[in-house]
Design a protein around this ligand. Structure first.
Ligand code: HEC
Length: 145
């Protein structure tokens, strides 16, 4: 089991390094700029989780982050983002960023990835919608840490 996880992690890292190296000069958007295309930004910003915020869901989100979502590989144990060639993963402890983004925008990134960066599509590939919403709830818990 551990072996399989290790292989998956290694594969994810290898893919992201290749992506990141290829895109290093192509994409240097300010971290606070919206990732969602302008035409749909307002609509996406209003999208909310259909699930209630509960401590159990934060816990489920933690399992996704450290488990099958592979988020920890790039976003790190402390949510500050692993050191990475090319476009850096987001620092989830950044309170300004946390305030600027709605949950809907985070879900859009989980469904679509962040084009031009190493952030891969997660919902529909590695995790379900519900697991995605739980992971977002867990990411919110990094604020100010
Ligand atoms: C292969 C590396 C990698 C993996 C795995 C990964 N991310 Fe990311 N993530 C990134 C990078 C790089 C960025 C920065 C993208 C950008 O600046 O647009 C990012 C950005 C984000 C953002 C911020 C987008 C925004 O609007 O600012 C969120 C939220 C996010 N990731 C959530 C997750 C979650 C949840 C998982 C696991 C289910 C995950 N990521 C897995 C590399 C990764």
């Amino acid at each position: 089991m551990l072996d399989r996880v290790d292989k998956k992690l290694t594969a994810a890292l290898a893919v992201s390094l290749v992506l990141a190296a290829g895109e290093a000069w192509a994409f240097h958007k300010d971290v606070y700029e919206p990732r969602v295309p302008r035409e749909i930004l307002e609509q996406v910003q209003e999208m909310e989780s259909p699930f209630p915020a509960t401590p159990e869901r934060t816990e489920e989100g933690r399992k996704i982050y450290f488990g099958k979502g592979l988020c920890v590989t790039c976003h790190g144990m402390d949510g500050k983002g692993a050191v990475f060639p090319g476009h850096a993963p987001r620092d989830f402890t950044d309170g300004k960023w946390q305030k600027l983004r709605t949950d809907g925008e985070l879900m859009w990134v989980l469904r679509n990835g962040s084009p031009g960066t190493g952030m891969p599509v997660r919902v529909g590939t590695a995790i379900t919608e519900e697991e995605g919403w739980n992971a977002i709830q867990f990411i919110r818990a990094f604020a100010g840490k």
